[in-house]
Design a protein around this ligand. Sequence first.
Ligand SMILES: O=C(O)CCC(=O)C(=O)O
Length: 280
Amino acid sequence: MVASFPGAYIAADLADRFRADGYAIVRGLFGPDDIAEMSAAIDEVHAEGLALGASFRYGNLNYRLDGGELRMVQWPSYHNVVLDRFRTDYRVAAILADLIGTEIKQIINQVHWKKPGGKGDFAFHQDSRFRRPDSAYRNLATSYVQTGIAIDRHDRSSGAMRVLPGSHLGGPIDLPTSGEVMSSVVETDTLAAAGLDPGGLVDLELEPGDLAMWSSYLVHGSGSNMADHYRRFYINGYVRAEDCDRGEWAFRRGQPQPLGPRPNLVHFEELYERPGPHFT
Ligand SMILES: O=C(O)CCC(=O)C(=O)O
């Protein structure tokens, strides 16, 4: 499902198609000036991460390096004001309102980099596998929306996300990986072994400024970047507040919420025992 924004409509149809297919794309949600701002902020974070030289954590802020490459940062918004502003952008709030209402927490705030010719695979998976403990997340199928803003052209050659439409409808699916999702090769055999048809895969083709949204149960993965440019993707995951015991506030009554002086528990279980900065 593809919709345009701004424009005459963010149709209720967008929400309908998101529910039916498990994903949707909003074309041109962010304009060239927005993308230039995010791009510069993401490059700053990239330089900081590379300068650290190894994976590093401070609270929820987590730089993940692999073989000298920065592949991911989690929660850059704690110390980058531009990324913080776009995680609670009014245009995102308008889209989320139709799906999960106006009282919204955030579970994911991260940037993925795929270096041309570098490591980049994400094995096929459902994001639901990361929502732990189970007891902290309720009604995952209807309470959660993952979003990704394309900063660079996002297509098969640059390692675009590949999604299996409709695969979210059956709930959790066993999709074994050899290691961590981001350290395992994306293999269509995994889909066939789980009784899924790899022939149904769709490449998410995005231009800078497009926003992709997907369900926690949508099967997806992505390959390496064979293009001649970085593929940067800014990912934010939102949840209806009453259905989640974790995360940071994003919107209350539809209004953006600042991050507080102390991080809330999200995924890092040792947040309170080991709050200080450390290499990992
Ligand atoms: O950045 C990508 O291509 C993969 C994103 C993904 O699979 C995820 O965030 O769950």
